[in-house]
Design a protein. Sequence first.
Length: 613
Amino acid sequence: MSEFVKGLKQNDGNDIRYQGNAFLRMLGYVKPYWKTVVICCILVAVLTALELYRPELIGSAIDKYITGEEALKLTPDARFEGILITAGLYIAVLALSFLCNRAQILMIQEMGQKIVYNLRMQVMAHVQSLSMRYFDTTPVGKIVTRITNDTESINELYSGILVRLFRNVVKVIALIAWMLVLSPVMAGYSLLLVPVVAVLTFIFRKLSRRCYQVVRTRITALNTFLSEHLSGMRIIQIFNREDEKCAEFGEKNTQLYKASFREMMIFGIFRPLIYFTSITATAIILGGGSAQVLLHAISIGTLYKFSQYIGQLFQPIQELAEMFTTLQSAIASAEKIFTVLDTASDVEDAPDAKTLPAIRGRIEFDHVWFAYETVDGETPTAENMDKAHWVLRDVSFVIEPGQKVAFVGATGAGKSSILNLIGRYYDIQKGAIRIDGVDIRDLTREQIRAAIGQVQQDVFLFTGDIAHNIRLRDDSITDEAIRDAAVHTNAARFIDRLPAGYAEPVTERGATFSSGQRQLISFARTLACDPTILILDEATANIDTETEQWIQEAIQRLMQGRTSIMVAHRLSTIQHCDRIIVMHHGKIRESGTHQELLDMDGIYKKLYQLQLA
C-alpha cells in the first residue's frame, strides 16, 4: 500500500504545471453552442421526470389494482383492464424516454466533436506559431501527444460528462425531494448512508486526479521515446543497440503499466464499495419499509416506489463519482493543452508591425550579439545576458540587393546562426538586423519569410508525391510552374525518368530518393516560391560528383537577380561570390573576394590550403 500511495505522489519534473482553473476554461469552449446546451438541459429535465414517473406509475398500479383497498372494490375485469392501461402507459413512457435520450445524445455528441475539432486546430495553429527555440527544447512526441491523445481525451467531457453531470445532479435533487414528499420516514431510511457515499467520493476524487495526471505523463513519455527512436532506427541498427533500446523502452512501458495499474486499483476499490453501500441501503429500505407497511403507515406500492428510488438514487451518485475519473483525465489533459496554448513565442510580431510594398533584399547586421542559452541553460534575457553563451559577438556587415555573399569558418563559428537570424527564427539580444533599412522586429514574420528561400543540407520531404513537395499546398503555384522550376534546377532530369513523374509517391522523409535527388527537389521547391533572398546552407554537402554539377548549375540559375547568401565548407563552390566573410568564434575575422582573402594570408588561406592538401 505504501508503494501504491508513493506512486500517486510522484511528480513529473518535465512538465510545467498549469496554474489556472482548467475546468472553467474548458467550459468557455461551450459558449458558442449555448443553444444546444439549453435544449439538452430541457431534454434532461424531461428524462428525469419520466424516470421518476415510472416507479410512481407501477407503485400506484399496485395499490390501485392489486393490493390496496381500492383494488378490492373493483371487479377482476376492471383490475385487469387497469393493469393493461398501466402497462401501455409504461411502454409509452419508455418510448418517449428513448426519443428524448436519442435526441440529446446526438446533439451533445455533435457538439463535442465540433469543440474537439476546433481545439485541435487551435493547438496546431499555435504550435506552428511558436519560435524554433520551443522545438529545440520540446520533444516531438510530447507535441504529438498534446495535439492527438490529449485533445481526444477531453472529448468525453463535452460529449457526455457535462450533460450527464447536470442530469445526475438534477435527478438526485428531484429524487430526494420526491421521497420526502411521499414519506419523510422512508426518505430518512434512504438517505441514511448518503454521508458514507459522500466521504468515499471525496477520497476517490482526490486519489483519482493525481493518478490520472501520472498516467497522462507516462503516456507522453512513452510517445516521446517512440517518436525519437523510430526516427533514429537506422542509427540504432547501425550501432547494434536494439537490445539496449528495447530495455529502455521496457522501463518506460513498466512505468506506464504501474501507473495504469494504480488507476485500475482505485476504480476497482471504489465501485464495489459504492455497490455494497447501495445494497445495504436497499436492505435498510426493505427492513424499515416492511415495518412501516405492517404498521399501516405506508402501502405496499409506496414500499415498491422506495425500493426503486433507492436504486435510482445510488445509480447517479455512483455515476457522478465515476465521472470524476473521466473528468480528472479530461482536466489533466486540458491542463497540458492549455500549458501549450499559454506558451508565448519568443519571436512575435510587434503590434504595429510594418509591411513593405516590396522587399529588395538589402540585409544589414548592426553590432549583433546572439546566444541560444545561458550558462544555466535558460533563455537569455536582459537580466541574465552576462551569463550568455554568445554564438555571435558584435557582428556587423551589409549585403546589397543582388549581391552574392558566402560565410565560411569552422564548425560552431556562427554561420548557420546568421542564416536563422535573417529569417527571424530567433531574436537577437543586442544590436539590430535590418532588411531594406527596416529592423526585422518591425516587420511581419510572414513577409520576411515569404521573401526568403532557404535550401538546407538536410532536406525534409513530406509524405505525398513530388509535385506536392514542390508546391507545399501553395495553390498559387501551378503545375506548369512546378515543371518549369524542376527544369531550371535540373530536378526534371531524374523526375522525368520516374514511372509516375511528378506524381511519383514520396515516402516519409523521402527515403526512397538519393541525397542528391532530395536536394534537387528542394531547389525546385525554392525556385517555385520565387524568393527575393536566397539562402544556401551547405546545399552541396554529401553529394556525388555528377549530381553536384547539376546542383551547381541550379545554384547559378537560382542566384540570378537575387540577394544570395551561402554557407559552405567546400571553398571551391563559393569562389565566384562577390564577397566571402570568414567567421571565427562568433566574430568576423576576414572579409573580401576569394583572391583578396588569399592575399591576406590569414584564416581563409589556411582553410583553402588544407582543402587543397
